[in-house]
Design a protein around this ligand. Structure first.
Ligand SMILES: [Fe+2]
Ligand SMILES: [Fe+2]
Length: 246
């Protein structure tokens, strides 16, 4: 039994959104997902998909993408990504009712893996616009957008705290935390997300969203303040699910 994670499948079986234009790694990426997930994940395993599942704008436009995910091996847990328009933040329970027991949607709730609580939310990290000098160094940013970003971080922190509260209340003391966005923006060393991970003694933080060679290093990878951070963007892993916990 093992716990795996993979993010940003960006499926488009019903939407006209070929991913090939984003680089070679995205060519027929759905075939790679199917192949590698089937090679690596066993039926008794758990696979957390960390958001940006589908390009469909509403649930009816995502049916085939979600069916594709259902057909992958293992227990599937889904996190909300910034592109997951089908997933209204207020309707997570409805999704869970409709897709149970085939898929579990993680938000304002938690899942269990062995003696770990799997907690998570979409998260948010300020992404500019940044102003850069001729050397490519950041010398400023859009301050209004930064104020807006702070509100989004606060809202996501409320959801994440609820996930921790419920898990803690149910007696769990070991945590693995999932985010769609990276835990810190390129301007930050720490954030409310890294702080809560430290506060609860989270073992591992898993996130994705960062695409392309130049963005993979945007946030923390490896050990930081006693917490292990893993980036699981599909293109970063060439669509091989990452082992989070045996
Ligand atoms: Fe993405
Ligand atoms: Fe994303």
């Amino acid at each position: 039994m093992a716990l795996y994670a993979l993010g940003d499948l960006h499926l488009s079986f019903q939407a006209d959104k070929p991913m090939d234009s984003f680089g070679r790694v995205w060519k027929h990426h759905e075939r790679k997902i199917e192949k590698y997930v089937n090679q690596i994940v066993k039926p008794e395993d758990t696979l957390v998909l960390t958001g940006d599942h589908s390009w469909g704008r509403k649930l009816e436009e995502c049916r085939e993408d979600l069916a594709f995910i259902e057909n992958l091996p293992g227990r599937k847990i889904l996190l909300r990504g910034n592109h997951d328009m089908f997933w209204d933040a207020k309707k997570t329970e409805r999704l869970n009712r409709e897709f149970s027991p085939r898929l579990f949607f993680l938000q304002n709730n938690f899942a269990v893996y062995k003696d770990y609580a799997l907690v998570g939310t979409k998260g948010f990290a300020f992404e500019g616009p940044f102003y850069v000098n001729y050397r490519g160094q950041i010398i400023g940013w859009d301050e209004e957008r930064q104020i807006q970003a702070k509100k989004l971080v606060d809202r996501e922190m409320t959801r994440l705290r609820e996930s921790f509260r419920l898990a803690y209340g149910a007696g769990y003391r070991k945590f693995i935390m999932f985010l769609h966005y990276p835990p810190t923006s390129v301007l930050e060393k720490t954030s409310p997300f890294t702080e809560i991970a430290r506060e609860y003694g989270v073992e591992t933080v898993v996130y994705s969203h960062c695409h392309g060679e130049s963005r993979f290093g945007d946030s923390i990878r490896g050990d930081f303040q006693g917490v292990h951070y893993i980036l699981v963007s599909g293109d970063y892993l060439n669509f091989h699910p990452a082992l989070v916990k045996e």
